[in-house]
Design a protein around this ligand. Structure first.
Ligand SMILES: C[S@@+](CC[C@H](N)C(=O)[O-])C[C@H]1O[C@@H](n2cnc3c(N)ncnc32)[C@H](O)[C@@H]1O
Length: 428
């Protein structure tokens, strides 16, 4: 009886381990089905700082973990991938043959194998100083690939409708992931431009919409951004982009609107707001001016579309954006946006805050030695009440990001070039 119970306990234990492993595998594959930054994942069987160390480590890998993938009725192939070095075919074959001590019993099938194994060789990061032998070697069983091929298939270079600031495909997918975009969500971009950020969200099954102050961009009119093309052609617009990728059914619409004056009815509408506001480098931040304001310019778009524009300070853009997110996101919904940074003056305090939004992440992308942009992700954690409308003024968070107003001047002032030169001179 006791023996039976302990056997059952052992079986249960084994069963729960298998379930746990399958569950882990399921989560890994779910993650990989959205991941841009992972090339592949492997089950690591061995590694070492030299070929000898790798072989010794492989000989120590438990045989019972290897055998299920080396059976006589299975098929397999071995690949080799090198970082920072190119090997000849003969060198590759020699390295693969050196693994013959592994108990492979199945048949080699190069076209459609059941199991794929990889040798990964790391020759360091310096292309001007590539060592003769790898600095580290790995061997493992391939499990799954990330989604890096989407970077190529959604590349801006092959896109129907583009502008000067169309968002790069990889970053656009990373932003959708930060926004935790999922099927049937509603995703909004208040600075939609050519809709680069709508595409990745639509790929993940969300319904997408956007607004932009630029009439020409929304209507696909005006000057083309491509070399050798003067004017935008017919059907160069956001809808056509989504159609190009078979995602048109996820397109709600794009409207001409000024993000400093929300056009939406009250209520929580969006599951995610994913956007890239203008920093004033390649796109001037503008907003609709009123007749009472000092009119800076009257702009003319196609089809006699006129609007009075006045400058829109960066700090006001972010303030309006956070307030909009706080008001129009569903609870738990995410706001994801880029914040331009003048690096010598950066401290975490200048990240704009709002009492209804919790900062989830803050990742830097360098633009030059002294400028960068930060991908800011915030989550709505508190319902928006009327008193939150101006609460930013009270908590001392507003003043620090006033500094963003000078980003454009610093970018163009030559200060960044001068400091970079001084740094270079100091290194000599
Ligand atoms: C950096 S671009 C966005 C590019 C876009 N992510 C894409 O993939 O094409 C910023 C956009 O903000 C728009 N914009 C500037 N001021 C605005 C305002 N007050 N309201 C709405 N859009 C504005 C510009 O016309 C421009 O298209």
């Amino acid at each position: 009886m006791e023996c039976c119970t302990s056997k059952r306990a052992a079986a249960d234990n084994q069963g729960s381990k298998i379930r746990q492993k399958s569950l882990q595998m399921f989560y890994t594959l779910c993650t990989l089905s959205k991941c841009m930054l992972i090339l592949s994942i492997f089950e690591l069987w061995g590694h070492g700082g030299s070929a000898g160390e790798l072989y010794a480590s492989l000989k120590n890998y438990p045989t019972d973990k290897m055998l299920p993938y080396l059976q006589s009725d299975s098929t397999y192939k071995v690949h080799i991938h090198t970082f920072n070095k190119t090997l000849t075919q003969a060198q590759k074959i020699k390295k693969i043959d050196a693994l013959e001590f592994l108990p492979f019993k199945g048949k080699v099938n190069l076209k459609n194998p059941e199991h794929i194994f990889w040798i990964l060789e790391d020759y360091g990061m310096n292309p001007n100083d590539v060592p003769e032998e790898p600095i580290h070697l790995y061997f493992g069983r391939w499990i799954a690939d990330g989604q890096r091929e989407l970077i190529e298939s959604y590349s801006v270079k092959k896109r129907h409708f583009i502008g000067n600031t169309s968002m790069d495909a990889c970053l656009s997918f990373i932003m959708a992931n930060h926004g935790r975009v999922k099927p049937n969500d509603i995703v909004y971009d208040p600075f939609v431009g050519t809709g680069g950020l709508l595409i990745s969200s639509a790929h993940f099954g969300a319904y997408v919409c956007g607004t932009d102050i630029d009439y020409n961009t929304i209507h696909g009119l005006g000057k083309a951004s491509r070399k050798n093309q003067k004017w935008r052609g017919p059907d160069e617009n956001i809808r056509a982009n989504l159609r190009q990728y078979g995602l048109e059914k996820y397109y709600l619409d794009a409207l001409v609107a000024d993000s400093s004056r929300p056009i939406w009815r009250k209520g929580m509408l969006f599951d995610a707001i994913i956007t890239d506001p203008p920093y004033g480098i390649r796109e001037a931040p503008r907003r609709m001016g009123s007749q009472k304001e000092t009119v800076k310019s009257v702009e003319r778009s196609a089809e006699n579309h006129f609007f009075v524009s006045s400058s829109y300070h960066l700090s006001d853009i972010f303030f309006d954006l956070l307030k909009f997110g706080a008001e129009y996101l569903v609870m738990g919904g995410r706001l994801v946006y880029w914040l331009p940074i003048y690096r010598p003056e950066y401290t975490e305090e200048i990240i704009p805050r709002h009492p209804c939004l919790k900062l989830i992440s803050n990742c830097e992308q360098m633009l030059s030695s002294h400028t960068s942009r930060r991908l800011i992700t915030m989550e709505k954690v508190k319902e928006f009440k009327d008193q939150d409308e101006k609460s930013y003024l009270l908590d001392g968070q507003y003043m620090p990001y006033r500094g963003h107003n000078s980003f454009r001047e610093k970018y163009f002032s030559g200060v960044t070039k001068r400091i970079a030169k001084e740094e270079k001179d100091n290194q000599k």
